[in-house]
Design a protein around this ligand. Structure first.
Ligand code: SF4
Length: 296
């Protein structure tokens, strides 16, 4: 199964650019999130149990040591010698500029680290932070800003308690592009109140804004979330693998040339996942997607 026949994968982009394998290694710098600490909200997004979707991340703490350990593990598995430090857990631009610079500098100082991927919320990227990130890019580092959007529909964002609007996202994208940053947007298929096909509308909207990459995953209902409670009461409709791969195939087939896919699915972690069970079987999902792409 050679997915690169149909999809411009991030892995292939990195291999072509650097002439060898480059892998992301997760870093947990102990950030929090404005949707949890009270400045925007306290409950967080209804689907969020951060531990469940940062499966690769280690415990918060010493950044150099986290990277060293992750490099050892990923390097042994893949043979990669070059890495991107992925600030993944919570909102990784939510801090003072001095702290952010210190964390990013420390990550970039590790042997083999050639860049940064910084995951955050659209309402958490003031201009000084964008300038800081673009400064690393100017020094030759591979820098990606990853914006969690999940849906372009304000009624959905409200329903899942995101605490930001689609216009916050548009504003972030426009400003980040002014700084020349490469942008990846995260979308979730199957959110409550949406048909899977609604994700196609969100996809089209973010593409029109000119993002460089997309990260897609199916809605996971995980323990310890508000959505888990709604699901137990029968208030959340489950996404099927069939409808997920249908929508994903449509996204891939309508992608503009050059759009990168950082991720095509997310694997549910057994210890957290309540539903849907099929998300634990990443290769089944990719196999089903591949068949659809082959026959379309
Ligand atoms: S998904 Fe992100 S923005 Fe939402 S509560 Fe979790 S960490 Fe915060």
């Amino acid at each position: 199964m050679d997915m690169t026949r149909f999809v411009n994968t991030f892995g292939r982009y990195l291999r072509q650019k650097y002439g060898e394998k480059v892998h992301k290694v997760s870093v947990n710098a102990s950030f929090t999130c404005p949707n949890r600490d009270g400045s925007k909200g306290i409950g967080g997004c209804t689907f969020c149990n951060n531990a469940s979707f940062s499966p690769g991340s280690t415990k918060a703490g010493d950044i150099s040591e986290q990277i060293r350990q992750a490099q050892e593990k990923v390097g042994a598995r893949t043979g990669a010698k070059k890495f991107i430090a992925y600030f993944q857990s919570y909102s990784n631009t939510y801090g003072s500029l001095e702290d952010l610079k210190r964390y990013y500098d420390e990550a970039l100082a590790q042997p083999g680290v050639i860049g940064l991927a910084v995951g955050t919320r659209p309402d958490c990227v003031p201009d000084p932070v964008l300038k800081l990130l673009s400064g690393y890019q100017d020094q030759g580092y591979e820098v990606w800003l990853e914006l969690g959007l999940q849906s372009s529909f304000d009624h959905t964002l409200e329903q899942i308690n995101r605490g930001h609007s689609y216009s916050d996202y548009e504003d972030a994208v426009i400003r980040a592009k002014k700084y020349g940053l490469k942008l990846c947007t995260h979308l979730i298929v199957g959110l409550p109140g949406e048909d899977p096909e609604d994700s196609l509308v969100s996809f089209d909207r973010v593409i029109e804004l000119g993002v460089d990459a997309i990260k897609i995953h199916p809605l996971h209902i995980v323990k310890g979330t508000q959505m888990a409670r709604q699901w137990r009461k029968g208030e959340v409709r489950e996404l099927t693998m069939e409808s997920y791969t249908d929508v994903l195939a449509k996204m891939i087939l309508r992608s503009p040339e050059g759009l990168l896919f950082h991720r095509l699915t997310g694997s549910g972690e057994r210890q957290y996942l309540l539903s849907p069970e099929w998300t634990m079987h990443k290769w089944d999902v990719l196999g089903a997607l591949y068949k659809k792409l082959e026959t379309s």
